[in-house]
Write a protein that binds this ligand. Structure first.
Ligand SMILES: *Cc1c(COP(=O)(O)O)cnc(C)c1O
Length: 354
């Protein structure tokens, strides 16, 4: 049994994907070919935003967002400590200081109550300028955007949605990728919507941000690519990856339904044995992961393994426990809920062909 069965998905979509790749080989526009534009327009429609701008990967999507918001040295950017490293990494990469926040034990997402405490602490200390929040749609469930948007407004902070795992999720019919000032996603093969290499996208309703992102992703271009008006980067999505994503996006609603059916079956069979993930009323998860909590994690994982069922720990190390952030001087016990999650979570196989 596969943890994420990309081979089963490919067998199902093989003719369509092969034909799409062949079309790119025939027209030969490997960089910024017509499939890139077609995909961007379909992504914007699906998410329900004005602009979808593709880029090289989900990490660059976050970096480009922070560049657009002018996040720099001396700024504090708040993010969950229980997340994938890239969320916090990009903050530090831009020279700013990541300020970590504890999680909600039921949804795994950033806790708005702890967030407000951490914002107030940074203000009271007076050393850093509170600038932005990066919320993560962890394991596919959108973060608590109604509460986060209120806090962003109250403290005049920008809000970024890291929807690398959240693409396909919803709150009251509003799709992941449409929350906050800017949202990002990743098309890494194992994400809910993945390509066959690296890929990413940025979503926004703000025209000015969209223009800046389109410039930053191609060497800070102005009128054309040999007119460079700012320092940017090279972060484009390959045309072949866009072609693959067009076929995968067409199938995505069916796969999303199947993932949700699988999650329901897990819930029905496992709720009396483990703490199962909870989805608040009005929320839809894309189930990037189906994550259980157990005090006897090792034994549970071992038992699944003996039955041929792979399990994986996402994530066993919080950001404040990472060597790369040791200089921030966080202590064990600073984030009791996230630390407990890191010691008790494990994920079961999840994909649209389970
Ligand atoms: C995967 C992931 C990223 C980074 O995406 P890449 O495409 O691998 O660069 C960022 N944030 C989260 C939460 C992720 O899961």
């Amino acid at each position: 049994m596969q943890f994420i069965d990309l081979a089963a998905q490919y067998q199902h979509l093989k003719t369509r994907i092969d034909n799409r790749i062949q079309e790119v080989l025939d027209h030969g526009q490997y960089i910024m070919g017509p499939e890139v534009q077609e995909l961007e327009s379909q992504l914007a429609d699906y998410v329900g935003v004005k602009h979808a701008i593709t880029c090289a990967n989900g990490t660059d999507a976050l970096t480009l967002s922070l560049m657009v918001l002018d996040v720099k040295e001396g700024d504090a950017v708040f993010c969950p400590t229980f997340t994938f490293f890239a969320t916090a990494e990009t903050i530090a990469y831009e020279g700013a200081t990541p300020v970590f926040v504890d999680s909600n034990p039921d949804t795994f997402n950033i806790c708005p109550i702890d967030l407000e405490k951490r914002i107030q602490a940074v203000i009271a200390q007076g050393k850093l300028t509170p600038k932005a929040i990066i919320a993560v749609d962890l394991f596919g469930l959108p973060a608590d955007y109604p509460a986060l948007e209120a806090l962003a407004k109250k403290y005049d902070l920008k809000l970024i949605e890291d929807a690398a795992q959240g693409f396909g999720g919803e709150i009251s019919g509003q799709r992941a990728g449409s929350f906050g000032d800017i949202a990002t996603t990743s098309f890494f093969p194992a994400k809910p919507l993945g390509c066959y290499g690296d890929g990413g996208a940025i979503f926004t309703n703000n025209d000015e941000y969209a223009d800046l992102i389109r410039s930053y992703r191609v060497h800070g271009k102005g009128k054309d690519k040999y007119d460079n008006v700012r320092i940017g980067m090279n972060s484009r999505l390959d045309t072949i990856q866009a072609a693959i994503l067009l076929e995968k996006l067409a199938e995505f609603p069916i796969e999303l339904k199947s993932r949700n059916e699988a999650a329901l079956r897990y819930h029905q069979q496992l709720a009396d044995k483990f703490k199962v993930p909870s989805v608040p009323p009005g929320y839809v998860s894309s189930w990037a992961q189906y994550t259980l909590q157990s005090e006897q994690r090792d034994a549970a994982m071992q038992q699944y393994k003996s039955q041929g069922i792979p399990t994986v720990i996402y994530y066993g190390t919080c950001m404040h426990e990472q060597t790369a952030f040791a200089h921030l001087n966080y202590q064990v016990g600073d984030f009791p809920i996230a630390e407990k999650l890191a010691r008790s979570v494990f994920s079961l196989p999840m994909h649209g062909y389970l």
